[in-house]
Design a protein around this ligand. Structure first.
Ligand SMILES: O=C(O)CC[C@@H](O)C(=O)O
Ligand SMILES: [Zn+2]
Length: 464
């Protein structure tokens, strides 16, 4: 079918001006933040309702047209890239609140709602949606659910999965399913909702979600601490966790800090320079909590785990300390990074990090490595920066070999090759490092059930 025929057919089903074929739209909606693949979609559709999505899926199934569901396209694994003549289904116009229930503390929204809008909606009701990350201003809730997004508060609040009380989906077979309907308790067999969370659009399209909200945190206070070694970062984590209920525990290396400070013209948190920094956050609800935190801080200084530190005295200061961590990904995106998103058990982090760091440094001495991540969750973002004098293709080619080795180490530690960014096109060749052949066979069989025509985001996660 030509793009024009597709446009005509879909507009007959869901209304005029709902499909774009212009070059600008193909370029914008065919890519995500990975910027590795060249977008090449056939057409872009803009549904307004679950019925519209169902009509599009049924049409695509009948005509064997591949679909790519598209949210805020902030993904880092090319899960929302359309580089293969696909029809992109954009959720931007499905961004409304459908229902709010203060007794259940839940809100039902359309899948295209932007994360920050959901956070704002919760705040306006005196409540809180705690899943948060740097891309919250453009990522959409449907995309967050499809990738089970994590972010900076997982240590206390968990991943997106933990906040989804119900889903409305259109399966690849064209059926509309209402999964779990907002219930807290529902032991009536397989919980299909959880299959759609993290499915990266391979089983169908999420059109609505019922999200749990919670009480807002009180007096969030941030510390940035300079730590000489990774072992020290882990000691600091242990010391704080035993005394204070942490809402975040992040880390970054000194070169990450240098780059952010230079790129955004920010102040360093203090003069001392250490190899690593820990950023932690807690609710200083009472004087007593604050005193305890300060005692732990002093203890860490006495032990030599911390050389210097800075603590926020206001919300604005807390925010500027957070910027030092949250701006890293965007800052290094200008240096063509090869990205990895690894996780191991928290207890294994220092050993694992040293092994990977030694391997990359020995094998590729010219490569600059930037370490940061959600270390309180055992999640490390390893970014390798392209040397200025190396061609992009040659660099990515070399990095592919690095990945094989790094993932073999990750496998030895029983870790994950994608802790929070998903699989998409970028990680699919490496899935076997984290999933057994038997698991992969079950995953493919599940996909067949929900998407018998293999039209849902084909080629992402694995080949059918
Ligand atoms: O760019 C990265 O590698 C990580 C991005 C994001 O997950 C973060 O934690 O900032
Ligand atoms: Zn992250």
């Amino acid at each position: 079918m030509t793009p024009e025929q597709i446009k005509q057919a879909i507009e007959d089903l869901i209304g005029t001006d709902r499909v774009r074929l212009d070059g600008e739209a193909l370029d914008i909606y065919g890519r995500d933040w990975t910027k590795i693949h060249t977008p090449r979609p056939r057409a872009i559709a803009f549904p307004r309702s679950t019925e519209d999505v169902q009509a599009i899926v049924r049409f695509a199934r009948e005509n064997k047209i591949a679909l790519v569901p598209s949210g805020g396209r902030t993904g880092l694994s090319a899960g929302a890239v359309a580089a293969n003549d696909e029809l992109v289904v954009v959720m931007d116009y499905m961004n409304k609140v459908i229902d709010f229930n203060p007794v259940d503390r839940s809100v039902t929204v359309q899948a295209g709602m932007i994360t920050e809008q959901l956070q704002k909606f919760a705040e306006d009701q005196g409540l809180y949606y705690p899943v948060d990350f740097a891309s919250a201003g453009s990522s959409q809730i449907g995309g967050n659910i499809s990738t089970n997004a994590g972010g900076i508060k997982v240590i206390k609040y968990g991943m997106t999965r933990d906040w989804v009380l119900g889903l409305k989906v259109v399966t690849g077979a064209g059926d509309v399913l209402e999964l779990n309907k907002g219930l807290i308790k529902n032991n009536t067999g397989y919980d299909l909702r959880h299959l759609f969370i993290g499915a990266e659009g391979t089983l169908g399209i999420i059109t609505e979600a019922t999200i749990k909200l919670t009480r807002p945190p009180k007096n969030l206070t941030v510390m940035v601490l300079g730590t000489p070694t990774m072992q020290d970062v882990m000691q600091v984590l242990k010391a704080f966790q035993s005394q204070v209920d942490l809402t975040a525990f992040e880390f970054f290396s000194n070169n990450a800090l240098d780059k952010v400070v230079a790129h955004h013209q920010l102040q360093r948190p203090f003069d001392s320079v250490t190899d690593y920094y820990a950023l932690l956050e807690f609710e200083a609800e009472t004087e007593e909590v604050m005193d305890r935190a300060m005692q732990v801080f002093e203890h860490c200084m006495e032990e030599g785990w911390v050389e210097d530190g800075s603590i926020s005295q206001s919300e604005a200061q807390a925010q500027s300390l957070w910027s030092l961590r949250e701006f890293i990904s965007e800052t290094i995106s200008h240096e063509t990074p090869y990205k990895n998103d690894l996780s191991v058990l928290v207890s294994k982090v220092p050993e694992f990090l040293k092994e990977v760091d030694d391997f990359v440094a020995e094998t590729y001495p010219g490569f600059e490595i930037v370490w940061f991540g959600h270390i309180g969750d055992g999640n490390l973002h390893l970014n390798i920066l392209k040397p200025k004098d190396m061609e992009k293709d040659a660099f990515f080619e070399k990095c592919h070999h690095v990945s094989d080795k790094v993932f073999a180490i990750t496998q030895r530690y029983a870790g994950s090759v994608s802790a929070e960014h998903g699989v998409g096109l970028v990680k699919k060749d490496f899935l076997h490092f984290s999933r057994s052949p038997e698991e992969l066979a079950y995953m493919k069989a599940i996909m067949q059930v929900f998407d018998p025509g293999n039209i849902m985001n084909p080629g992402k996660m694995f080949d059918a």
